[in-house]
Design a protein around this ligand. Structure first.
Ligand SMILES: [Zn+2]
Length: 430
């Protein structure tokens, strides 16, 4: 097989060479933030670390973590390490809990972002002759802009439709001959549903072949459903506003998430003790941006749980591989002593024939304890058949086989759970 990589030198670099590059960049980074940002300087002084103490990659463990609370404290531009005038673009997260997280970019940061996104989209199979329907919401949010920059760097056509107006999405997809769609996986399913309601077959009435999905936790089982529904190959994108936006990892044809570790240095830590874990162990993902100028993040705690392995992939890339995100530590629920992630319930439900892609997990508080139940929408055909208690029982058994926990399941009328044009809200509190 010929190696078809966007940046062959970096993506297939021997691991020892990559580590040399990371160390060189880490030293430069620490020198730079120490000299240019009073917050970082104070934080390093408090930890009794000087830039000259960084002699090996392992020395990164001497540095303090950066948390979301730090970012809120220095909102909006307190952590900027260049002159403010050097900033040419600003993004921000939605800020559902408190102040939003701000992502400022210099000219070089914007170029870097385009480069890592091009690397990612190229790894997914996007090429110059593709037409990418960009159905992420344009605005302060990073998603749409990152995908646009990467696709344009490859030379693909970007259809800047943004999210929402679902009927129009379908018209444009058909008329413009979109070959790729970029949006949340749940929004793609909603578009498929509306297409079907309008008498179209998502598999045969469009030219779509690639799904470029992200910004949402979704299971492998849901990926299979999306692929079958549209007749496409679906790829996962992972990124964070604090790091750069999408573009932190590149998913290859073998569906392995290669971390762009020449720019984003990854660690896995024990979320309780902060101790660094070995390769292959599951824990909290921590990233250090090695090359970003305006807002370098040093040891940012993502709260996302995953593991990392090194070693060459079948695709030829040597960049370390990150597992799918098991869930955010914030989303973890403890029910009757059992740890539950929404993605585990999703994986169970997707195994049951007759259950559609639409479900919601209902969390209710009884005293100090949480109780869980699940509402599912059967497919139209299954709903028409009746005897829904059989379907509910099958779903409960499937959840029990994964979690060893009884979670009551209720089948509700198709198309009653609210649809989203962005991130789906899978867990609600009642
Ligand atoms: Zn690979």
């Amino acid at each position: 097989m010929t190696l078809e990589l966007w940046d062959k030198k970096i993506e297939s670099m021997p691991s020892e060479k990559l580590k040399e590059l990371q160390l060189k960049r880490l030293k430069e980074l620490i020198n730079r933030v120490y000299a240019n940002n009073k917050y970082y300087k104070k934080k390093l002084n408090e930890a009794k670390v000087k830039p000259s103490d960084i002699k090996s990659l392992k020395d990164i463990e001497k540095l303090p973590f950066l948390t979301k609370n730090d970012l809120r404290e220095y909102y909006p531009f307190g952590l900027v390490c260049t002159e403010i005038d050097e900033i040419v673009e600003v993004h921000a997260s939605s800020g559902t809990t408190g102040k939003p997280v701000v992502g400022p970019y210099t000219r070089n940061d914007v170029d870097l972002w385009g480069e890592v996104m091009a690397r990612s989209l190229w790894a997914n199979g996007l090429r110059k002759n593709d037409r990418m329907q960009n159905s992420y919401g344009y605005g302060l949010f990073t998603g749409a802009h990152g995908f646009e920059k990467g696709a344009q760097k490859i030379g693909a056509m970007v259809i800047t439709i943004s999210s929402g107006n679902t009927k129009r999405q379908i018209d444009v997809m058909k008329d413009f001959g979109s070959t790729a769609i970029a949006c949340t996986p749940s929004y793609s399913l909603y578009i498929a549903e509306v297409a079907e309601d309008n008498g179209l077959d998502p598999k045969s009435d469009f030219n779509l072949k690639l799904g470029l999905f992200g910004a949402e936790a979704w299971s492998e089982e849901m990926r299979t459903n999306v692929e079958k529904r549209w007749g496409i190959t679906a790829h996962e994108h992972y990124g964070l506003t604090e790091i750069i936006g999408p573009g932190v990892v590149s998913e290859c044809k073998h569906k392995k998430l290669h971390i762009n570790a020449d720019h984003f240095y990854p660690e896995i830590i024990d979320p309780n003790t902060g101790e660094t874990l070995e390769n292959g162990e599951e824990g909290e993902l921590v990233f250090t941006t090695l090359t970003k100028e305006a807002f370098p993040a040093i040891r940012f705690r993502t709260k996302d749980l995953a593991s990392i392995v090194e070693g060459k992939c079948e695709c030829g890339r040597t960049l370390p591989i990150q597992s799918r995100i098991k869930g955010r530590s914030d989303d973890m629920m403890k029910v009757k002593g059992v740890i539950v992630f929404p993605s585990q319930i999703e994986a169970a439900l997707m195994q049951v024939s007759g259950v559609s892609d639409n479900y919601q997990i209902v969390k209710s508080k009884k005293g100090d304890m949480y109780e869980l139940s699940v509402e599912i929408e059967p497919t139209d055909e299954r709903w028409a058949e009746g005897h829904l208690d059989n379907l509910e029982k099958k779903a409960e058994d499937e959840i029990y086989s994964i979690l060893n926990l009884h979670v009551p399941v209720k089948a509700i009328e198709p198309k009653t759970i609210p649809r989203s044009t962005g991130k789906a809200k899978r867990v609600i509190e009642r």
